[in-house]
Write a protein that binds this ligand. Structure first.
Ligand SMILES: C[S@@+](CC[C@H](N)C(=O)[O-])C[C@H]1O[C@@H](n2cnc3c(N)ncnc32)[C@H](O)[C@@H]1O
Length: 344
């Protein structure tokens, strides 16, 4: 899976082609509508204001082509804030993006000191994962093998880290149940937290708490999926390096690691709730339609499409419902943040 996703020549994320967007294979919130970065720039402003006189570093980890962190940098006029994009595959970042944002390939290169706002959107669900299945008393890992020139699965009893993953969390899978797991979820989150003396870690991703993620009926076949041209497929071995491979994450892994490093959990709910708390409805694409002035039909249709895209960020049957947001913080006292305010 590591090779299929990240091999420098053949990996899905290697090269200059951006897989995210309408022309790509799947769409993410920042690509869907500028209303997303509008809402996040409010969080950035609030963060910088609360940080006092010191320097603030705003970081997007797994930034892809860097469009979100660029929008946040462009929307900020505060000299106390510096903006950094991190991605292990940086070839998709256009040259002109590097004017007011620094781009680096690893978290270790993010400048230290001051307060950090560490953002990520669909980073953890893009990490290579192991595919497991319970057979009687034994947990098996699915390996990939070559059968007459075709990739195929083969099952092997697991031991060590992956078996320990379930045992240490008190999770038992039922006979025949599949599960998709990455020990990297917690490890990478730990690396992010380690960098922050004072700040927030804000994680947007597809995932559940562990009792839902490993539910014996609802998730009997795990969550692994392949994406190509906006279609979801279950054949993970088809077209290696040409389709995205992803699995839902265990948010409890992240939460526990953060709490173990002295962070408090400030928010864990659906994306819609988070963005509404930040005031996303004040974006022009979400204003009541009675306030709109439309010159002609073409403009009207274009605007309808933009409004429809923005609504998907917050409506109950779209991305705003499926993605969850975990916010953990350290060193900012007890004062409530706008995303924590009750909506009704
Ligand atoms: C699904 S894409 C999301 C891109 C972007 N955040 C968005 O929302 O459109 C996941 C990104 O995470 C990057 N990535 C994966 N593992 C990483 C790591 N350990 N450190 C930094 N970036 C990573 C990938 O190269 C890819 O660009």
């Amino acid at each position: 899976m590591e090779v299929a996703l990240y091999h420098p020549d053949f990996g899905y994320y290697a090269g200059t082609q951006n897989p995210v967007g309408r022309e790509g294979d799947f769409i993410t919130s920042p690509e869907l509508s500028p209303a997303f970065s509008f809402a996040l720039s409010r969080l950035v402003n609030d963060f910088v204001r609360r940080s006092g006189d010191g320097l603030c570093t705003i970081v997007d980890i797994g930034c892809g082509d860097g469009s979100l962190i660029r929008s946040l940098a462009n929307a900020s006029s505060d000299s106390r804030a510096r903006f950094v994009g991190v991605d292990r595959a940086l070839d998709r970042v256009p040259l002109d993006a590097k004017r007011n944002v620094a781009f680096v390939a690893t978290i270790d290169e993010v400048p230290r000191g001051g307060a950090h706002l560490m953002l990520s959107n669909e980073l953890f669900d893009a990490l290579p994962f192991a595919r497991l299945v319970q057979r009687g008393k034994h947990l098996h890992e699915l390996w990939v093998t070559d059968r007459d020139g075709h990739l195929d699965w083969s099952e092997h009893e697991t031991s060590g880290e992956l078996e320990g993953y379930f045992a240490s969390r008190g999770i038992t899978l039922t006979d025949g149940q599949f599960a998709d797991v990455s020990p990297e979820w917690g490890a990478l989150y730990g690396d992010i937290c380690r960098l922050v003396d004072r700040g927030l870690v804000v994680t947007f991703d597809y995932g559940y708490p562990q009792d839902k993620l490993f539910h014996s009926r609802a998730r009997r076949f795990g969550t692994a999926a392949a994406y190509s041209r906006h279609r979801v497929g279950r054949d993970l071995l088809a077209n290696p390096g040409q389709q995205d491979l992803t699995a839902h994450i265990n948010f409890d892994d992240l939460r526990r690691v953060g709490e173990g490093r002295g962070f408090s959990t400030l928010f864990f709910e659906r994306q819609a709730r988070f963005l509404l708390g930040l005031g996303i409805t004040e974006h022009e694409f979400l204003k009541p339609s009675t306030d709109l002035e439309i010159a002609d039909l073409a403009e009207g249709i274009g605007l309808l499409e933009k409004r429809d895209a923005a609504r998907q960020l917050v409506l109950p049957d779209a991305i705003g419902h499926d993605i969850r947001v975990l916010v953990q913080g350290k060193g900012f006292g007890e004062g409530r943040w706008s995303f924590q305010r009750p909506l009704f």
